[in-house]
Design a protein around this ligand. Structure first.
Ligand code: HEM
Length: 432
């Protein structure tokens, strides 16, 4: 049974961690991923940090920041020394009121995937991976294509110019992951509202009032997932949730029912916002590099590599976290157990030595997929194929139907303040 007695496996934890700099390690007193200049454009700052101090302690964040590809990959591959247990935790302490909301006895999701240690994680992942099959992608493809067309029809009916995130980039990935899981279409609007602010909870710095509101949404969404799973248990259909319940029936000693509920709870967030941002970042970057947009309009076979280049050059996820479980060494510094680590993808994805001309956007780049945006090792993103495929379908349909699509103005883009996820909050587009 994967749920060890006594192990604290709750989904979000607040934990005491040592947050002083390891001896001799450079300390940065001012940088934070939440600084306005970093939120607006992280890459030049991340590049300077990487070149000056490949590993440093961020006083404002209380994390050891690792900026180079070699070290980030080594940390990902050593899951015993560098545990992923903290990846869903709130970065900043929760208010008493938000804690109170989450203390209701029936709010009990457990860590199952990204924040569950081995060996339990490996067992749960094996049963979950089955649901991300080629067959499931093939079933989803006509839905994604038809929905993309419907959303473009609505855009055309509204007329140019128009705000694209609300009109397309936000609804499509949410609806796709809801269909993937098996949630009914009639619940889409309610589900989107509940999931809208989740990134603020674990990766942002929400006010007390916002924390309470998000916590209430999380409890509502968890209750929905429990009811949905209970109904699915008796009414199976051809969807991810049914496959997972069948895996539980066949392997009752390897997963618990509560873990199945928790996988369903976690997937909708994992599968939604990062893809919304990937679609938004793809358009922003391709419009800024117009010949690349024109090239994919003329030859859609270039789209898959262009998507990996967007994931490298302007990723929807620019960091991830780990926590040391034992005394170790990073970048030549002795690091004690209990040190929170911030893996700075924005720095590593633009590292010369890994990528030629790393600051140029090149859809023909031979090693574009060498980026670290989906992580590495035992927790490598389970939805990477879905995220890439979904964005491919979107770009195929958009380039075919609206080849003149472009930004409607050059107003600065705004990015939601958080330490990890990055995509334009709004994007005004125009077409002929
Ligand atoms: C552009 C979109 C996405 C990005 C950038 C992204 C990125 C990531 C990253 C960095 C991790 C952690 C990897 C590690 O710790 O080594 C992760 C894990 C995960 N992702 Fe994604 N993801 C995306 C889309 C999706 C989608 C569409 C789904 C599902 C529908 C998904 C499901 C998951 C799951 C379940 C995990 C945990 C895997 C495990 O711990 O075994 N992701 N993702």
């Amino acid at each position: 049974m994967s749920n060890e007695a006594g192990a604290n496996t709750s989904y979000h934890q607040e934990r005491e961690t040592a947050n002083s700099a390891p001896g001799g390690c450079p300390v940065n007193h001012s940088w934070s991923p939440l600084n306005d200049d970093y939120l607006a454009e992280p890459y030049s700052i991340a590049g300077e940090l990487r070149d000056d101090t490949p590993v440093f302690f961020s006083e404002t964040l209380g994390y050891l920041v690792v900026n180079t590809m070699d070290e980030i990959e080594r940390i990902f591959m050593d899951h015993e020394t560098f545990a992923s247990v903290n990846v869903q935790d709130p970065v900043f302490p929760l208010s008493d009121d938000a804690r109170h909301v989450l203390a209701v006895p029936d709010y009990n999701p457990v860590a199952v995937m990204s924040n569950r240690p081995e060996p339990d994680h490996g067992v749960i992942r094996r049963h979950t991976r089955g649901g991300f099959s080629n067959r499931r992608m093939k079933i989803l493809e006509p839905y994604m294509r038809q929905r993309s067309h419907t959303l473009i029809d609505a855009m055309e009916a509204n007329g140019s110019p128009l705000e694209f995130v609300k009109a397309f980039a936000f609804p499509l990935p949410g609806e796709t992951v809801f269909r993937f899981i098996g949630f009914p279409e009639s619940d889409d609007e309610m589900l989107k509202t509940w999931c809208l602010e989740r990134k603020a909870f674990s990766w942002g710095n929400p006010t007390d009032e916002e924390q309470v509101r998000i916590a209430e949404q999380m409890v509502s969404y968890w209750r929905y997932c429990r009811e949905f799973t209970a109904n699915k248990r008796d009414n199976r259909s051809d969807d991810f949730a049914s496959e997972l319940l069948t895996a539980l029936d066949e392997n009752p000693d390897e997963m618990t029912y509560n873990e199945v509920e928790s996988i369903i709870y976690g997937l909708s967030f994992a599968g939604h916002e990062a893809v919304t941002s990937l679609i938004g970042n793809s358009l922003v970057t391709l419009f800024e590099h117009r010949p690349a947009w024109e090239a994919i309009c003329a030859d859609p076979s270039l789209i898959p590599n262009a998507i990996d280049e967007v994931l490298r050059y302007n990723s929807s996820q620019i960091s991830w976290r780990r926590l040391t479980t034992a005394a170790t060494s990073i970048g030549g510094f002795d690091v004690p157990a209990g040190t929170p680590i911030f893996l700075n993808f924005a720095a590593a994805n633009r590292e010369s030595g890994v990528f030629d001309n790393p600051d140029s956007f090149d859809i023909y780049r031979a090693n574009a997929n060498r980026h670290i945006s989906f992580g590495k090792g035992v927790h490598f993103c389970l939805g990477a194929r879905l995220a890439r495929f979904e964005t491919q379908v979107v770009l195929e349909v958009l380039t075919d139907r609206l080849p003149s699509l472009r930004r409607a103005n050059d107003a600065p883009l705004s990015y939601f303040p958080n330490i990890t996820f990055r995509g334009p909050q709004t994007l005004d587009v125009a077409w002929d």
